[in-house]
Design a binder for this molecule. Structure first.
Ligand SMILES: [Zn+2]
Length: 568
């Protein structure tokens, strides 16, 4: 190397260092962007006073402003200033430049700014399909897997023996198991997204094998899992808890997982589980409504399944699956109280059929669950009471009990107002309280968004929608890590999900939501982080961190619901 070249390299080095990607993490914003009419806020976590918004195409300054005073975020320990560029309303691609902090990731302002994110997040379910070959096509070449888990059998805990294939459904998470209770909340949430926001979704093509068949693609995709759920129902109406191998497979592609796929029950009579069965009743009751215009026969099948499941759960209200049977070590999804699942099923069956018995059951049981609206649980699969309560409030049936309806509506709206106030006080403008940074905290952020969007349907209020959007901004980059928690979305997305197809094949599969920060630290990666980290910081973008970086269909569905509700 000539000396002159060496010197010029030395001169270049600082500039190279200044533009290295890590520097951009001190400005936190939604890396996808902001709708034209919405508030637009970014956060700066180093001392600074002013900011500029520049157009990405030509670096022209389109807006200048002063940052707010610093505020301390107790959940992350960060001190942040606010850059408010809400007055910028021109469509385009931009970035922020902050003297003292550098430049931000790029973002867009557009009326349909989240449509691509919705497409990827919803299409991620297609990637999770079990029992069929999957190919994400020319957009994502090489993201494929062959048909998997085509054979199944009864595990002795199911009370039966022999072959039971039950091909289909979605792989639940980073593993290849299929679990009824988590399928319940996930599939129910997607069907609600259709029911409540269908006019925005009906023409969105997901490029899945069923596209163009006359049924909206979100319903085509949900049906893939719903049909597997129906196969998990026994002739007597009860549903088994899960279908998995006896232990988790290694990080291999699904077609290379040759562990037998087994239908697993409670181990003692009646072997099926009340929570799984009541979840099936709730979801099949929704399906009976939403598939009616597209496939009356399938809608009728779902209604029969829902009624049979309801009757079984009434007969066996306490057939709980609390612990894995001996020899099984896959996800437990244990739940000692199936009362909320039954209440949800009652609300949905009443909403679909108008039969008095379901209304009566709801009226007799709802009151004890009202507090769940004010304290949404990270374990949305275990505490489905909010779904039941919201279902009753959304039903708009003339035979609703007016006193009960008013109480449920008031509780839902009061909870949403509390969430708005808490979010306003939070420097990151996210609804998560300190205690919410548990397993699946990102799912809970999305679920707060769902709560707010439902409240907005019950009583339209712009602050509900704005606060729902705040939670989406958090997930897409306006967080302490300045990271987008959806794979391949935004300029700086997380990269190493705990997700077997991403670990064994192309990396990472797109559109997947990470579980997020988790102060519970249930995996070795999180345990090894410094002991004094504030809760919002307990996260690692590593495949091994299953407690903070796994994907899962329940929080994936809540992301889809949030996007569907927010989209213009
Ligand atoms: Zn499979």
């Amino acid at each position: 190397m000539k000396l002159a070249n060496f010197l010029s390299l030395l001169i270049l080095l600082p500039a190279v260092a200044c533009t290295r990607k890590d520097d951009r993490t001190s400005i936190k914003l939604d890396q996808v962007g902001y709708p034209i009419d919405a508030p637009k806020i970014a956060l700066v976590s180093v001392p600074a006073r002013t900011f500029q918004v520049k157009r990405a195409g030509d670096n022209a300054v389109v807006l200048e402003g002063e940052l707010s005073a610093r505020a301390t975020d107790a959940n992350s320990g960060d001190q942040v200033e606010v850059a408010d560029f809400s007055s910028l309303r021109g469509s385009g691609t931009y970035y922020l430049e902050v003297p003292g902090a550098g430049r931000s990731w790029t973002f867009s302002i557009a009326s349909d700014v989240f449509s691509r994110t919705y497409y990827l997040a919803m299409r991620a379910f297609y990637g999770q399909r079990c029992g069929t070959a999957v190919d994400l096509g020319p957009e994502f070449p090489g993201y494929t897997h062959a048909a998997c888990h085509l054979e199944g059998k009864f595990h002795p805990s199911s009370g039966k023996q022999g072959r039971r294939d039950n091909v289909g459904g979605w792989h639940d998470a980073g593993d290849y198991g299929r679990y009824m209770v988590n399928s319940g909340i996930a599939t129910g949430t997607l069907l609600w997204a259709w029911e409540l926001f269908g006019s925005k979704l009906k023409d969105i093509k997901l490029n899945i094998p069923e596209s163009g068949n006359g049924t909206p693609d979100i319903l085509n995709e949900a049906r893939w899992n719903l049909e597997w759920m129906l196969k998990m129902q026994d002739d007597d109406g009860g549903a088994w808890h899960k279908q998995t191998s006896e232990r988790f497979s290694h990080f291999v592609m699904p077609e290379d997982d040759h562990l037998p796929s087994e239908v697993i029950g409670t181990g003692t009579p009646p072997y099926k589980g009340t929570c799984a069965t009541a979840d099936l009743a709730a979801v099949a009751a929704i399906a009976a409504r939403v598939y009616q215009p597209f496939d009356r026969s399938f809608a009728a099948t779902n209604l029969r399944a829902a009624q049979a499941a309801w009757a079984w759960a009434q007969r066996y209200p306490d057939a709980t699956f609390v612990k894995n049977p001996p020899g099984i070590s896959t996800g437990e999804y244990g739940d000692a109280d199936c009362g909320d699942e039954q209440m949800w099923a009652a609300a949905e069956l009443w909403r679909t059929t108008g039969e008095a018995q379901y209304n009566r059951y709801f009226i007799d049981h709802y009151a004890k669950y009202l507090p769940t609206l004010r304290a949404l649980d990270t374990d949305t699969w275990r505490v489905v009471a909010p779904m039941g309560l919201w279902a009753y409030a959304l039903a708009a049936r003339p035979d609703a009990d007016s006193h009960v309806l008013a109480e449920v509506r008031d509780a839902a709206l009061a909870a949403a107002r509390e969430t708005v106030e808490r979010t306003r006080r939070n420097p990151y403008h996210v609804s998560l309280a300190a205690e919410d940074f548990q397993w699946g905290s990102n799912g809970l952020a999305a679920n707060y968004g769902m709560e707010l969007l439902i409240a907005n349907l019950l009583s339209p209020n712009g602050t509900f929608v704005e606060t729902a959007l705040d939670n989406l901004h958090y997930l897409l980059g306006r967080n302490t890590f300045s990271i987008s928690w959806v794979t391949q979305v935004g300029e700086h997305p997380f990269r190493h999900p705990h997700h077997r197809p991403s670990g064994a094949g192309h990396h990472p599969w797109p559109g997947l939501l990470s579980g997020g920060p988790n102060a519970g630290r249930q995996d070795p990666v999180l345990k090894a982080l410094p002991g004094d980290l504030p809760p919002a910081k307990v996260y690692s973008d590593e495949q091994g961190s299953y407690a903070s970086n796994e994907v899962c269909i329940n929080w994936q569905a809540m992301l889809v619901f949030l996007l569907a509700g927010i989209m213009g």
